[in-house]
Design a protein around this ligand. Structure first.
Ligand code: GDP
Length: 488
C-alpha cells in the first residue's frame, strides 16, 4: 500500500540502525518490529555511543532486575532503613502521575536519567494483565516493579507535596552533605517531586546530584519532560553531548527505543491505519486539545485552526467559490490515490472533525486534490483510570506519529509525544490564555523536542558551572509557553 514502507533503506531497518536490541520475541510485541513500516521520517540515527550505552544498560538491567539476587539485596537494604555504600545496583523507580502523554514523557526523562547515572529504571505499573499499554522494553528481563512486595508503604503519592521528597529531607537535615556524618546515615530512598509544581528544583544542581548518588532508591514522581533541564547539570553535559550529537534527537530516539505499544493497542492503531490512512498519498495529523484554563468556543477554535493552516500551509486550501467537494475533485484527480490527502483528527470532541469533513465535502480542494477526514474516537472526557480508554488514546498517539505532517495543540504532552515519535517538527496551535483567541494562531516548532513545561527557574546551584554558551545555543523558550524551555 502507498502509505506503508516495505523496503528497508539504510537506517530504516526494523531495529532502527542499532537503536533497538536484537533477538526479542516478535510475537509478544509486534509493534517493536513493525513500527518502522509505519513511520514516515527517520531524521536521526542512534550514535555509536548511544548504542553501546543502551546495550550496557540492558546488561545492567538484566543483572539487577526484580527476581535477581542483586535486586533482593537492594530491597533488603531498603528494609534496613539506610542506603549502603557501593551497592552494585541502584534504582530509579518511575511512578504514574497524570495523563498518558505526561507519563510517556516522564518515563523517557527518567530513563535518560538512569542512563546518565548508572541506575536501573523500574516502573510502578498496574498489575500485569491484558490491559497493558507498553511492552517490556529490555531483552530477557522486566522493567516492572513488583509493587505488592515493595517495602515502601503508599508508594504512589497523592500530591506533589511529598513528605520524603528531596527538598523536605534536605530541610530536615535527613539528607545532604552533612547526613553522612550522622548516625542515621543516608536514607534508603528519596522521592523526587518533579511534577508541574516542581517541588525539588534543586535536583537539577550538580552538587545535589552528588548527594543523590549515595541514595540507593530514587522514587520519581513527575509528569514532565525534564530532559532539557538535565543539560543544565555540568556533570551530565559531556555525556549528553556524546549520546546525542543532535540535541533535537533526544526524545525522538529515546521514545522510539523505550515505548512499544502492546499487541492490542498496536492492532487498534494499525487496523485503523490500513483502512483509512494508508491509501492516501500523504497524511496530516491534527491534534486538538482544549484545556479548561484556555478554553474558547468551538467556532473560534475552528477559525484558529484554519487561520493557522493558511499561515503555515498545513491543510489543503479549498476553492470556496465552487461546491461539490469530492465529486469535482475526484473528476480532476486520478483514482489511485496518487493525489490524495488523509487528515487524521485526534481530539476528545467530534466538533473539529465534523467541521473539517464538511469543509472538504462542500468545497473542492485546490489543485484537484482529494481530501478525506477521519477521527478514530471522540471520548468527550479524559478517563486516565480506564484501561480501554487509555488503549484508544495510545493508539491515537501512534496514528498521529504515522503522519507526514502534524498540527498539534500547544502545551499538550499528547501532541508532544506524537511529534517526537513521528520525527516531525509540528505546527503548534497557541493556547488561548485568558480565553482570548491567540494571535498569531500558531507557530512552526523549531524542533521535534517536547517542551519542558516547568523548568527550574530561580534556582542557584553552587556546584561546577555549566557551559552556558553551549546551553544557550541549544535550549530556548518554547513556542507555546513563555516560562518553559526546549532543546533544539
Ligand atoms: P495533555 O493533557 O494534553 O498534556 O495529554 P495527556 O495524554 O497527558 O492527558 C490527556 C488525556 O486525555 C489522554 O491521556 C487521554 O486519556 C485523553 N485525551 C486527550 N486528547 C485525546 C485524544 O485526542 N484522543 C483520545 N483518545 N484521548 C485523548
Amino acid at each position: 500500500t502507498a502509505g506503508l514502507t516495505t523496503d528497508a533503506p539504510r537506517g530504516r531497518d526494523e531495529l532502527f540502525g542499532g537503536l533497538l536490541p536484537a533477538g526479542m520475541d516478535r510475537r509478544a510485541c509486534r509493534s517493536r518490529y513493525e513500527a518502522w513500516r509505519y513511520y514516515k521520517h527517520f531524521p536521526y540515527a542512534a550514535s555509536a555511543h548511544l548504542q553501546s550505552k543502551l546495550r550496557a544498560y540492558e546488561a545492567r538491567h538484566r543483572r539487577c532486575a526484580p527476581g535477581t539476587p542483586l535486586y533482593a539485596k537492594a530491597v533488603e537494604q531498603l528494609r534496613s532503613g539506610r542506603s549502603a555504600e557501593g551497592l552494585e545496583c541502584t534504582y530509579v523507580v518511575w511512578l504514574p502521575f497524570d495523563g498518558l502523554g505526561n507519563r510517556m514523557l516522564s518515563m523517557v526523562s527518567g530513563f535518560l536519567y538512569a542512563l546518565l547515572t548508572g541506575r536501573v529504571f523500574l516502573a510502578a505499573l498496574p498489575a500485569a494483565g491484558s490491559g497493558d499499554l507498553f511492552c517490556e522494553p529490555f531483552p530477557g528481563t522486566t522493567w516492572r516493579l513488583p509493587v505488592e512486595d515493595f517495602p515502601v508503604p503508599d508508594l504512589v503519592p497523592r500530591g506533589q507535596s511529598i513528605e520524603r521528597s528531596y527538598t523536605r529531607l534536605l530541610d530536615a537535615k535527613a539528607v545532604g552533605p552533612a547526613a553522612n556524618a550522622t548516625a542515621l546515615g543516608v536514607p534508603p530512598y528519596v522521592y523526587l517531586s518533579l511534577g508541574w509544581q516542581l517541588k525539588d528544583p534543586l535536583f537539577f544542581c550538580g552538587e545535589h546530584q552528588q548527594v543523590l548518588r549515595d541514595v540507593n532508591w530514587l522514587l520519581l514522581y513527575s509528569d514532565l519532560y525534564f530532559a532539557p533541564s538535565l543539560y543544565g547539570v555540568a556533570e551530565f553535559q559531556d555525556e549528553l553531548r556524546r549520546l546525542f550529537p543532535s540535541k533535537e534527537s533526544v526524545s525522538h530516539l529515546l521514545s522510539r527505543y523505550l515505548l512499544h505499544p502492546t499487541n492490542p493497542v498496536w492492532r487498534l492503531a494499525t487496523t485503523y491505519y490500513r483502512s483509512y490512512l494508508a491509501p492516501a498519498k500523504r497524511r496530516i495529523g491534527v491534534q486538538i486539545r482544549m484545556f479548561g484554563f484556555g478554553s474558547i468556543p468551538v467556532d473560534d477554535m475552528y477559525s484558529q485552526i484554519l487561520a493557522c493552516s493558511r499561515q503555515e500551509h498545513v491543510l489543503p486550501e479549498t476553492d470556496d467559490d465552487a461546491t461539490g467537494g469530492n465529486e469535482a475533485a475526484a473528476a480532476a484527480s486520478s483514482e489511485d490515490g496518487s493525489n490524495s490527502t488523509a487528515i487524521l483528527v485526534a481530539s476528545l470532541y467530534a466538533d473539529y472533525y465534523e467541521r473539517l469533513r464538511r469543509r472538504y465535502y462542500e468545497h473542492p480542494a485546490k489543485g484537484g486534490e482529494r481530501v478525506a477526514v477521519f477521527q478514530p474516537s471522540h471520548e468527550e472526557r479524559q478517563a486516565t483510570d480506564n484501561m480501554a480508554h487509555n488503549q484508544r488514546a495510545l493508539a491515537e498517539i501512534y496514528l498521529l506519529s504515522f503522519c507526514e505532517e502534524l498540527l498539534t495543540s500547544g502545551r499538550s504532552t499528547f501532541g508532544y509525544v506524537s511529534s517526537s515519535l513521528a520525527g516531525v517538527r509540528p505546527t503548534i496551535l497557541l493556547t488561548a490564555d485568558g480565553h482570548k483567541v491567540p494571535e498569531p494562531p500558531c507557530r512552526r516548532a523549531v524542533s521535534m523536542e517536547p517542551c519542558n513545561l516547568t523548568p527550574p527557574l530561580r534556582v542557584h546551584c553552587q556546584g561546577k558551572p555549566v557551559d552556558k554558551e553551549d546551553l544557550a545555543r541549544h535550549l530556548r523558550v518554547c513556542e507555546d509557553s513563555k516560562v518553559s524551555v526546549k532543546l533544539f
